[in-house]
Ligand binder design. Structure first.
Ligand code: SF4
Ligand code: SF4
Length: 311
């Protein structure tokens, strides 16, 4: 079994940071994987990739550096689920390589959505969202809102939020966009909607890559009935949002499960592993085709070529 995976595959819709770094900084990705392998005492290493150009660049770097790393091509789907003891994103690998060389760390991120020039940038970690938007040619709308992490797994952030808090994708969207409206919906509303509209179809659970059944948690919370559902299983939720994207009633199982998870974590309750390490993944969950997900999320109008100059 792979002990440490470098994840060059998990760009969400409109995101391009992982594939750009894997393509343009392949040597650093491989070197950074080696640095983290030493830190995390991992002996079996893998690199997961979706994009063909990134795959070719990484294969060349691995051969040149004579690195013993399994290069795995994964499906063009969201989310990418990697069974490993530890997983590190492509930007974390490049930062590890820079840190090992004593170089100044950038924040590698994509700024996309309603901006003039979607771009992948090596940003100053202290740069604000406003500055990042200006660097991407400005916003296309006045009432723009920033979503760190993109969709379907992101969160709303302020325009003053700094790059170091954004992760590898910040999505700029009009305030009225469906993604923004969903993220602004209070938890109590999601509960009410679930109580009246959840069909118990289990689509969310069938899609969930983790060993948990979101439909059970939705049912328990919205009906307040104790049917013996093990809420501790919520600790395995990664917040990927696939359940939301699949729900035929446009509910948000994610909002409810993530709330339970966060309460358990804040209460210091220990349970199933949370994070990247998964022992018993849902073998039937294959993720959702990325192009279809982009359509469903209403992001197709913003799906444009990305400037990858890494300035
Ligand atoms: S997919 Fe939606 S409607 Fe179906 S069980 Fe899950 S929350 Fe309920
Ligand atoms: S957000 Fe959580 S519950 Fe929903 S599909 Fe992802 S891991 Fe499963």
């Amino acid at each position: 079994m792979i002990e440490l995976y470098g994840d060059c595959a998990s760009d969400p819709p409109l995101g391009a940071t992982a594939r750009t770094l894997a393509t343009l900084r392949a040597d650093d990705v491989v070197y950074g994987l080696g640095v983290l392998a030493l830190e995390r005492r991992a002996k079996t290493l893998g690199l997961a990739v979706r994009d063909s150009a990134a795959h070719a660049a990484l294969a060349t770097a691995l051969a040149r550096l004579e690195a013993r790393v399994e290069l795995v091509q994964v499906a063009d789907a969201w989310p990418t689920v990697l069974a490993a003891r530890s997983v590190a994103r492509a930007d974390e690998l490049v930062l590890a390589a820079e840190r090992a060389r004593g170089a100044f760390g950038h924040q590698y991120l994509t700024i996309a959505g309603a901006v003039a020039t979607p771009a992948v940038r090596a940003a100053d970690p202290l740069a604000t969202v406003v500055e990042l938007v200006a660097g991407a040619g400005g916003a296309l709308v006045e009432d723009w809102v920033a979503v760190a992490g993109g969709a379907p797994a992101g969160r709303l952030v302020e325009r003053t939020t700094q790059a170091r808090e954004l992760g590898p994708l910040v999505l700029i969207l009009p305030a009225g966009h469906q993604i923004v409206r969903r993220l602004r919906t209070p938890l109590a509303d999601w509960l009410l909607r679930a109580a009246s509209a959840c069909e118990g179809c289990r689509v969310c659970s069938d899609a969930c890559p983790q060993p948990l059944a979101p439909h059970e948690i939705v049912w328990t919370l919205s009906t307040l009935r104790d049917d013996g559902v093990e809420l501790l299983r919520a600790l395995a939720c990664t917040g990927c949002g696939l359940c939301d994207a699949m729900c035929p009633s446009t509910l948000s199982p994610r909002a409810l499960v993530v709330d339970v998870r966060d309460r358990l974590v804040h209460g210091n309750v220990k349970g199933h592993a949370n994070g990247s390490v998964k022992g018993h993944l849902n073998a039937n969950a294959a993720g959702l085709d990325l192009a279809l997900l982009t359509l469903r999320l209403g992001l197709a109008p913003y799906d444009r070529p990305v400037d990858v100059s890494l300035r």
